[in-house]
Design a protein around this ligand. Structure first.
Ligand SMILES: Cc1cc2nc3c(=O)[nH]c(=O)nc-3n(C[C@H](O)[C@H](O)[C@H](O)COP(=O)(O)OP(=O)(O)OC[C@H]3O[C@@H](n4cnc5c(N)ncnc54)[C@H](O)[C@@H]3O)c2cc1C
Ligand SMILES: NC(=O)c1ccc[n+]([C@@H]2O[C@H](COP(=O)([O-])OP(=O)(O)OC[C@H]3O[C@@H](n4cnc5c(N)ncnc54)[C@H](O)[C@@H]3O)[C@@H](O)[C@H]2O)c1
Length: 467
């Protein structure tokens, strides 16, 4: 029986453990935080739970347009209750994962692990874990999976103190809402929290180092979000780099590179993440990392050392829970000699949980515009959709991209309140190489927002006829 030692119990680690256990491997998973890892305990699950509470005010605000008078300002935000719910749900999810792993026979060890020894040519690896009581324990693995995730990047001149200067993991310990929250960094994390706090009625200033929010996402989608932010009173400072952050008893100030400052009650740093690869013994073991410390892997999750695999955020390929889980499963199938398809990032669907949500899959508009992929594209605003009109939706669109000659769908973007759900038909088309005509000829419910996906596909088909 193969002995597999997994370091890190996030989606990469625990999904790998379940996959390996299903094939009868002897699995030990060592994690310092708890099953589910940072994804479940501090990052993805807490932020989405928090956003679920904040979204209620959006619905209340919109009620007036639909003829229902509700006083948004009269609503009381029970912040301790919201935060407790976030924490309870995260711990409950972690407990569920622990129960499932235990049922499948995975041994879970609480501790911090490192690669202790590798003997070139010998097909076994030793991992040493420092357990919670300070003692050390050794584990032998025929295969080791490194899935240690990442942590919030800290600027040395803006070190979070958990009081006025915060990272996203410290937000749920605040006892009162910030009066004015300055968010440094306008990537996905910054945008999601800008949305959430604005919905809670907090004054938000977003400091963006680029010319727009979400610099890596679809430009049309980012512009819709900027428009929504501006309507809700978010101040966006563009082309601005934070040099340092200072604080006093009642406020915090961001000092920008151009010499100007912006002062608020709190500052949230969302300037990216760094891989948790220090102290893992990777150099001594000969496991190659890049200059930013990410473990170098191929498309079946192999590192430079035979028998040592890596998956998830510590590889820096695409920091999403779904990708981490897939990398972890692929590592197990490959190491156990099972049939495995190499990782394909071009079919990954992802979403940004703002209002409206932004979801995308496959090839991006930017890559098409740059000539990297020949494609025909369509962009259909949602405002012509009957269901959108009924719900009072003013913003949003559907984009579909297909190959010019074959009509095979290669990507798409949806901007809508529930875009994270609506992206699936396009993701199915991309994954299965369906043609736009197949999407166009699929019955959609009338009236529904998904009707716009079929309609967008029909427009591409019509265009096809003209070619
Ligand atoms: C605010 C935020 C929101 C996000 N929202 C989403 C989302 O909505 N959807 C999505 O798909 N992705 C989201 N992500 C990304 C997602 O959280 C990550 O891609 C995912 O957590 C990666 O999983 P992982 O298994 O690689 O690592 P992690 O989840 O980071 O887990 C790694 C675990 O390993 C532990 N560990 C580290 N070093 C050691 C060691 N030496 N020994 C033992 N254990 C160790 C860590 O403590 C941690 O528990 C979000 C990220 C952030 C920051
Ligand atoms: N909904 C989701 O799926 C979700 C949510 C959050 C994060 N994530 C994942 O995490 C990844 C990382 O996202 P992120 O937003 O945490 O990090 P990021 O690296 O994408 O964004 C950080 C931003 O901060 C800016 N920045 C850095 N230093 C700065 C400074 N001194 N002053 C001003 N701006 C500065 C960077 O230019 C960058 O735009 C995402 O690409 C995504 O894969 C996913």
């Amino acid at each position: 029986m193969s002995r597999i030692v997994i370091i890190g119990g996030g989606p990469a680690g625990y999904e790998a453990a379940l996959a390996g256990a299903a094939y009868g491997a002897d699995i030990t998973m060592i994690d310092s935080d708890g099953p589910g890892g940072a994804c479940v305990l501090w990052d993805c699950v807490p932020s989405k739970t928090f956003i679920a509470s904040t979204g209620i005010r959006t619905d209340v605000r919109r009620a007036r347009d639909l003829g229902v008078q509700v006083q948004v300002d009269a609503s009381h935000i029970d912040l301790p209750r919201i935060h407790q719910r976030v924490k309870d749900l995260a711990f409950a999810q972690s407990a569920d994962i622990r129960a499932r792993l235990t049922t499948e026979g995975v041994k879970i060890v609480a501790g911090r692990a490192r690669l202790a020894q590798t003997q070139p040519g010998v097909g076994a690896h030793t991992v040493v874990a420092t357990l919670t009581d300070g003692s050390e324990q050794e584990f032998e693995g025929d295969v080791v999976l490194i899935s240690t995730g990442a942590s919030p990047r800290v600027l040395p001149t803006a070190v979070p103190d958990g009081e006025r200067i915060l990272n996203w993991r410290q937000l749920y310990d605040l006892e009162v809402l910030p009066e004015h929250l300055i968010i440094v960094g306008s990537g996905v994390t910054g945008a999601e929290f800008a949305h959430a706090y604005t919905e809670l009625g907090v004054q938000v200033t977003l400091v963006s180092s680029r010319d727009r929010v979400l610099p890596h996402e679809d430009e049309d989608a980012a512009l819709v979000l900027e428009d929504a932010f501006s309507e809700r009173g978010v101040t966006l400072i563009k082309h601005a780099r934070a040099d340092r952050v200072t604080r006093d008893e009642t406020s915090a100030t961001v000092h920008l590179a151009d010499g100007t400052t912006v002062t608020g009650s709190h500052v949230l740093m969302t300037v990216g993440s760094v891989p948790n690869t220090d102290g893992l013994g990777l150099d001594d073991a000969g496991v190659a990392t890049d200059r930013n410390g990410y473990v170098t892997v191929d498309r079946v999750s192999r590192t430079s050392v035979p028998g040592v695999y890596a998956a998830g955020d510590c590889t820096g390929l695409l920091p999403l829970a779904s990708v981490a889980a897939m990398q972890g499963r692929i590592a197990m199938y490959h190491s156990l000699g099972e049939g495995v398809s190499p990782l394909r990032l071009k079919t990954v669907a992802s979403a940004i949980f703002t209002r409206p949500e932004i979801a995308n899959v496959g090839v991006s508009q930017k890559a098409i515009d740059a000539g990297e992929y020949p494609a025909r594209t369509v962009m259909l605003p949602l405002k012509t959709n009957p269901r959108a009109k009924m719900s009072g939706l003013r913003r949003g669109f559907v984009k579909i991209f297909c190959r010019p000659a074959t009509g095979v769908v290669i990507g798409g973007v949806v901007v809508a309140p529930n875009a994270s759900e609506l992206i699936l038909p396009i993701a199915l088309a991309v994954e299965n190489k369906l043609q736009v005509s197949e999407v166009a000829n699929t019955f959609s419910v009338y009236p529904s927002l998904s009707g716009s996906i079929a309609e967008a596909a029909r427009q591409l088909v019509r265009h096809d006829d003209l070619d």
